[in-house]
Design a protein around this ligand. Structure first.
Ligand code: COA
Length: 317
């Protein structure tokens, strides 16, 4: 499998730390020091499905294909306005594709899980051109009176088109069920027969626990992938890590004894956009001309579950 097209979309509204200070007991200093985030993009009048479809159109155009050339769509998504149908079905209709579609929810690791599913499908010969989209609106999952959480997130959608080729070198997915440290719960419709107690709760996160788990698990995945492929840390041109917190990225760089020049980041302008963060950053690097043919890129993500996903691929465009 290789990547032949990339595209992304973020909402119009820029929400700065100073704007958060207007209604929260917080400060630009606290947010910047603890997270590296200065501003984020946040959905106002946009629909996530429109952003996802536009990111998909851009990736397909970048690949030089038509929507009818796509023969499978995988969308990574945690929430949107519909429980069903899936986001990928909505994207299919909006872009005019005709293929089978499926959504995956592996939280912030979802884009890597979706890429890996695409690789399997291409290897099995069941599909040739696959659209992988990650579309997320985590700002709709948090309590906006909770200063510890709402300052962290932003919204966005990123997409890639993959096809047969020699770009995807190795991958590693892990899950360790740890549902109590990070979750978002929604009450379902009542029935006359429900006797159990049910609740809706905005996102809960034990920040310190997640921080530690994220650094340890991502460092472990990266080390394992390098070992498996016989590469050393400096062989990787770009470590495109899930953009949750600048301190997490810095801790992983320090663990690998690499300087930050190998670790592109946009968390300072985008916040944590869940599984969309990696394709958003990849598209930025691509648009800025920072990806050269032959560059080895390592992507690594972690998220609720606790899930992790990492892969190494070569830039072949
Ligand atoms: N502004 C000002 N003060 C804040 C604040 C905010 N936005 N949010 C929390 N605080 C306060 C807390 O109330 C606490 O005050 P106290 O000491 O009086 O009780 C203090 O700051 C320290 O809070 P704590 O939660 O211990 O801070 P922290 O150093 O762990 O940083 C996070 C908090 C969330 C930034 C950090 O834990 C983190 O980034 N975790 C990982 C999050 C993540 O990556 N999640 C996504 C996974 S996909």
């Amino acid at each position: 499998m290789k990547i032949i097209g990339v595209g992304s979309v973020v909402p119009q509204k820029v929400l700065t730390n100073a704007m958060l200070e207007e209604f929260l007991d917080t400060s630009d200093e606290w947010i910047t020091e603890r997270t590296g985030i200065s501003e984020r993009r946040i959905i106002t009048s946009e629909l996530l499905e429109d952003m996802a479809s536009e990111a998909a159109r851009r990736a397909i155009a970048d690949a030089g294909l038509a929507a009818t050339d796509i023969d499978y769509i995988i969308c990574s998504n945690v929430v949107n306005e519909y429980i069903t149908p899936s986001m990928s079905c909505i994207i299919q209709g909006a872009i005019g594709a005709k293929c089978a579609c499926v959504d995956v929810n592996a939280a912030c690791s979802g884009f890597i899980y979706a890429l890996d599913m695409a690789d399997d499908r291409i290897k099995s010969g069941k599909a040739k051109n696959i659209l992988v989209v990650a579309a997320e609106e985590p700002t709709r999952m948090v309590d906006w009176a909770d200063r510890a959480l709402c300052v962290l997130f932003g919204d966005g959608a990123g997409a890639v088109v993959v096809t047969e080729g020699e770009g995807y070198i190795a991958s590693r997915l892990t899950t360790a069920s740890k549902t109590s440290c990070l979750y978002y719960q929604r009450r379902l419709e009542p029935t006359p027969y429900i006797t159990k107690e049910e609740k809706s709760a905005p996102m809960y996160m034990n920040g310190r626990d997640v921080f530690k788990t994220a650094v340890l698990s991502s460092s472990r995945d990266i080390t394992a992938l390098l070992k498996q492929t016989g590469l050393v840390p400096a062989d990787i041109k770009h470590y495109v890590l899930h953009q949750a917190n600048m301190r997490i990225v810095e801790a992983i760089a320090s663990y690998l004894k690499l300087d930050m020049s190998h670790f592109p980041h946009n968390v300072e302008r985008r916040g944590n956009t869940s599984s969309a963060s990696i394709p958003l950053l990849l598209d930025e690097l691509y648009q800025e001309g920072r990806l050269q043919r032959g560059d080895k890129i390592l992507m690594s993500a972690f998220g609720a579950g606790f899930t992790t996903g990492a892969c190494i691929f070569e830039w072949t465009k």
